[in-house]
Design a protein around this ligand. Structure first.
Ligand SMILES: [Zn+2]
Length: 386
């Protein structure tokens, strides 16, 4: 698992004195890993993670690794988790922020076909709906199969957060694409960015195709939370431009994503507006990667909810539904959410966490004592997106 041609990619970390680190990471590898080796690699990473009390989600696939984890770590000592993962994945792209406690309830490491899928992205509430859509769009899928979605073969030009990126945002000839999903864009985005209004990453490619055709931009720039989606999206965009005889268009992406921008650009100089959705209990972060206040996550659909969309909103039922999932949800997901909410309330009455990881040594821990942040669900994000 080496990546010979890669530039040094680990990005500097924020100051961390709070005791817990939140590490967002990904790496696309070249050559690909052997699928047969992944179970052993998973086991090795898992035992290392458990030894360091790591929680969160990691995906492993022949194309690489992707995930977000949290763990206790003193700022004065070397970070053994990063060191180990970098030894397994040289050139690992990382973004570290800090917290006063874990932002996940348990550790999950999964072996998958891809670390970021472009075709079968599903959410807990929309699986059936999307399966229907996929059946209805065979042509779209075939077109997508012809695109290069391997960022180790081709990828857009990285632009660091700061003046160079801001110049692209201000450039009227540049099509700036927010490569994230609608529920993420809703609570914050860059000035002048276009919202493709997608509910899954798979929908971004057909949107880009139309945007190139109709807007005929001279440049394209895109961004996502931590950069992983733009790795595949810029690769696809370069192919789409070529198909439309627009191969000379430069395609850029924000290096390290929004998280890098918020980590390095001061609020008063920033062209970022709002908060950045993250797939953990913080729900959203803002400049300095501080948790954004006033947001909570719908337990049913994981949509970020502003203060006004929570208690008091006619469509909000705590733990069961919000204004965004009220209509779309299947009967089954309503049942799941109801059962889950009962579990939470029962555990809260007893002063216990509602879910525990049976593999962790401490099974019953008071939420406050353990420093768990927030009150959102423990299930892994429907898509591991950074
Ligand atoms: Zn909801």
């Amino acid at each position: 698992m080496t990546t010979m041609a890669d530039p040094p990619t680990t990005i500097a970390t924020a100051a961390d004195d709070d005791g817990y680190r939140i590490l967002a990471l990904y790496k696309f590898v070249d050559p690909k890993l052997n699928a047969d080796d992944l179970p052993a690699l998973k086991q090795s990473i898992e035992s290392h993670c458990r030894a360091h009390h790591v929680r969160g989600s990691l995906l492993l696939a022949p194309e690489g690794i992707n995930g977000t984890i949290s763990y206790p770590c003193k700022s004065t000592t070397e970070d053994p988790v990063v060191a180990f993962l970098e030894s397994q994945f040289p050139g690992l792209r990382t973004r570290i922020s800090t917290s006063q406690g874990h932002v996940f309830y348990r550790l999950k490491i999964k072996v998958k076909k891809e670390i970021l899928t472009c075709r079968t992205t599903t959410t807990a509430t929309e699986t059936e709906q999307q399966q229907q859509q996929q059946q209805q769009q065979p042509q779209q899928q075939e077109e997508q199969d012809l695109l290069t979605l391997d960022p180790t073969q081709q990828v857009g030009q990285y632009v660091p957060p700061g003046p160079e990126w801001d110049a692209l945002l201000r450039d009227p000839d540049c099509l700036v694409i927010d490569a994230r999903n609608d529920y993420e864009v809703r609570i914050g985005t860059f000035q002048n960015a276009q919202d493709p209004n997608t509910s899954t990453f798979s929908e971004l490619i057909p949107w880009m195709k139309t945007a190139l055709q109709e807007q005929k931009p001279k440049k394209v720039a895109m961004f996502c939370t931590g950069g992983i989606r733009c790795e595949k999206a810029t690769a696809a965009c370069m192919d789409l431009a070529r198909q439309q005889q627009q191969e000379d268009i430069p395609v850029y992406h924000l290096e390290g994503g929004i998280l890098a921008y918020l980590d390095t650009v001061p609020a008063k100089e920033s062209l970022w507006q709002g908060a950045c959705y993250v797939f953990d209990q913080r729900v959203a972060v803002t400049h300095g990667l501080q948790a954004a206040p006033h947001y909570t996550m719908c337990h049913a659909c994981r949509a970020p909810l502003s203060h006004e969309e929570q208690e008091g909103h006619p469509d909000f039922i705590h733990g069961l539904q919000c204004r965004y999932c009220k209509v779309a949800r299947s009967h089954k997901s309503v049942e799941r959410a109801t059962a889950r909410q009962k579990q939470i309330e029962l555990a809260q009455q007893k002063g216990l966490l509602h879910i525990h990881d049976p593999k962790e040594k401490v099974l019953r821990v008071l939420a406050q004592k353990d420093g768990v942040v927030g009150d959102s669900g423990d299930e892994e994000a429907p898509e591991m997106l950074a």
